[in-house]
Design a protein around this ligand. Structure first.
Ligand SMILES: Cc1ncc(COP(=O)(O)O)c(C=O)c1O
Length: 376
């Protein structure tokens, strides 16, 4: 940190802790001397069924054109996304994952000393991006049960606040804010703030829990609705997501975008995937069944868990790091939550039923065998 290179680097980078992703299957397979196929990864909220076969076929075909730069304007995918939401292409921006939309927001609106408001255990990329631009993240305490408190969120807004993040369902808690709470919030939020609705897990919601945030885009409110192809669509490796917003906001964000941020293979896969409603329905059914199974078994193990609306469950295990490591030794990758300030918890993504069973079986052994892991 004292080298001359660090002296020249932007000061906000010194304390920046890089995002810690789920451990890759290949890493653990190498460490344990196992075949990658023997590893169960329930660490990154991925689709255990894989991508839509229609997406795979479209991507294969588009590989033949890998020598050409992609359509940087993303015409066909933006058209299709817009049509799906009753919007125009001018209301849609593509991102290299929805993470990139969060970065666009930072480029466009954050200066040193600005503030970003979100919930205490919100997605780690919000504070990370804020810090990258020298802004401060205000973490608002939750309601009981890890639910984002939108009244307290409103109260935390100051003239320096540029962005508010509302993730529903939120990662890593799996909790939602109700459509009614969102409506009340939107009736009172000051116009100088961009409200970012992070809906990465929206498609896992039951219809009664799904807020109509696209309505605010149609009304020209200062909002961006972020969705991704990484979760229910099973295209996490491709890095493609999108933001929906009023044309002026999309125009501003577009200025910050690299010319070819969304590659053509991803665009082709996403476009085909969007139309494969059967694959999405099957994924939701597998998720609903697997989540119920995990929650039932966590309860049977006497473990507190947060009832989830997404494809993962946060569960209290005593020492999250110890349980994470013990499961690794059994070929199972989950996520320790210490980086979220939840050292006693782990997050388990919903897999296939076979993967869920393997995970629960291993967890049962680990929790029974580790005397240092206390029960609550
Ligand atoms: C709440 C939330 N938002 C955004 C993302 C980013 O997804 P991606 O960049 O893959 O679209 C994730 C990924 O885990 C997430 O959990």
């Amino acid at each position: 940190m004292t080298s001359s290179l660090w002296q020249n680097a932007n000061s906000q980078l010194r304390d920046l802790v890089s995002y810690e992703p789920g451990k890759p299957i290949e890493d653990l397979a190498r460490e344990l001397g196992l075949a990658p196929g023997d590893i169960v990864k329930l660490a990154s909220n991925e689709n255990p069924l894989g991508p839509s076969p229609k997406a795979v076929a479209a991507m294969r075909e588009s590989l033949e054109r890998a020598n050409f730069y992609p359509d940087g304007g993303g015409y066909y995918l933006r058209e299709a996304v817009a049509a799906r939401h009753g919007l125009a292409r001018e209301n849609v921006i593509l991102g290299n994952g929805s993470n990139e939309i969060i970065e666009f927001l930072g480029h466009a609106f954050l200066r040193p000393g600005d503030e970003v408001v979100t919930s205490a255990h919100a997605f780690a990329v919000y504070p990370l991006m804020a810090q990258l631009f020298g802004a401060k993240t205000v973490l608002v305490p939750e309601r009981p049960g890890f639910v984002q408190d939108l009244d307290a969120t409103l109260a935390a807004i100051t003239p320096r606040t540029r962005q508010v993040f509302i993730a529903s369902p939120n990662n890593p808690t799996g909790t939602i804010v109700s459509p009614a709470a969102i409506e009340q919030f939107m009736a009172r939020v000051p116009a100088h703030v961009v409200v970012a609705f992070d809906e990465a897990y929206y498609e896992f919601l039951d219809p009664a829990d799904a807020p109509d945030t696209v309505r605010y885009v149609l009304e020209g409110r200062n909002v961006i609705v972020m969705r991704t192809f990484s979760k229910i669509q099973g295209l996490a490796n491709l890095r493609i997501g999108y933001g929906l917003g009023p044309a002026e906001l999309i125009d501003i964000l577009g200025k910050t975008r690299q010319p070819f941020n969304a590659n053509g293979i991803a665009q082709a896969g996403a476009l085909a995937s969007l139309g494969d409603t059967e694959h999405q329905a099957r994924t939701k059914a597998v998720t609903d069944e697997g989540r119920a199974f995990l929650q039932k078994n966590f309860a049977a193990l006497g473990r507190e868990f947060v009832p989830s609306h997404a494809n993962f469950v946060l569960v209290h295990v005593g020492s999250g790091r110890a349980v994470f490591e013990a499961l690794l030794r059994r070929g199972i990758i989950i996520r320790a939550m210490d980086s979220y300030g939840l050292p006693e918890w782990v997050r388990v993504s919903v897999g296939t039923m076979e993967q869920n069973r393997r995970c629960v079986e291993a967890l049962r052994k680990v929790l029974g065998a580790a005397p240092d892991i206390e029960s609550r």
